[in-house]
Design a binder for this molecule. Structure first.
Ligand SMILES: C[S@@+](CC[C@H](N)C(=O)[O-])C[C@H]1O[C@@H](n2cnc3c(N)ncnc32)[C@H](O)[C@@H]1O
Length: 190
C-alpha cells in the first residue's frame, strides 16, 4: 500500500512536470538528451492539409524537424515531388523512418538525419514542418529568422511560433480538432 502510494506520488509529479520535460526523462545517452517533444504521429488528414497549405512546388526542399517515422517526408515526395529531409533525435525512429523511406521507394528524394533540431542546417529550405512544442518553436525562431529565405513557409501542427503572426490558422474538422499554423518568411511580428 505504502509502495503504491509512493509510486502514485511519483507518477503525479512526472505528469505535472509535463511530457516535454527533459528532466523527468529516463537516463539517456548524451546524443538523445535533448529530446524535447514526445513522439506522436500527425494523423493522415492533418498531414494532407499541412502539405496543401505549404503550396510545395516540384523540387522544393522541405524539412520535417522532429521527423518521427518519416511519414510527412514520404507524403511530401509522393504527392508533391519534393526533396525531403528529416531531422530526428531518436536513433530508433531514424532507423524506422529510413526503412519506411526505402519501402516507399523514395530513397533518392528523402532522407532522415539523426540529430538535434537546434543544430539543423536549414540552408536552402523552402518549407519547414513542425510538430514539436511551443517552447521549442520559440527556441527555433531565431534560427528560422537567420537561415530561412524570403518566401519560405513554416507549417506547424498544433503549436504556434511565439512572436510571429501566422498568415493562416485553421482547425481540422475531426473530433480532435488539430490546429495548423502557417507562416511565410519574413513573418510579421506581434
Ligand atoms: C510529435 S512527434 C512528430 C513526428 C512527425 N513530425 C509527425 O508529424 O508525424 C515529435 C518528434 O520530435 C522528435 N524530437 C524531440 N526533440 C527533438 C530534438 N531536440 N531534435 C530532433 N528531434 C526531436 C521526437 O523524437 C518525435 O519523433
Amino acid at each position: 500500500m505504502r509502495r503504491n502510494l509512493s509510486f502514485g506520488i511519483a507518477l503525479l509529479a512526472a505528469v505535472a512536470a509535463g511530457p516535454m520535460s527533459a528532466q523527468n526523462a529516463p537516463a539517456q545517452s548524451s546524443r538523445y538528451a535533448n529530446k524535447l517533444a514526445p513522439y506522436v504521429s500527425s494523423p493522415a488528414r492533418v498531414i494532407e492539409r499541412m502539405l496543401e497549405l505549404a503550396h510545395i512546388k516540384p523540387g522544393e526542399k522541405v524539412y520535417d524537424l522532429g521527423a518521427g517515422d518519416g511519414r510527412v517526408l514520404i507524403a511530401a515526395v509522393e504527392k508533391y515531388k519534393a526533396r525531403a529531409v528529416g531531422v530526428e533525435i531518436s536513433p530508433k525512429l531514424v532507423a524506422e523512418a529510413s526503412t519506411n523511406i526505402q519501402e516507399a521507394g523514395v530513397v533518392d528524394q528523402a532522407r532522415v538525419v539523426q540529430g538535434d533540431v537546434m543544430d539543423a542546417d536549414l540552408n536552402g529550405a523552402d518549407v519547414v514542418f513542425l510538430y514539436l512544442a511551443t517552447s521549442l518553436n520559440e527556441k527555433l525562431r531565431p534560427r528560422f529568422e537567420r537561415f530561412l529565405k524570403p518566401g519560405a513557409r513554416v507549417i506547424s501542427h498544433d503549436y504556434a511560433v511565439p512572436g510571429w503572426k501566422p498568415s493562416h490558422v485553421e482547425k481540422t474538422d475531426d473530433p480532435h480538432a488539430h490546429l495548423i499554423y502557417v507562416y511565410e518568411m519574413p513573418p510579421s511580428k506581434y
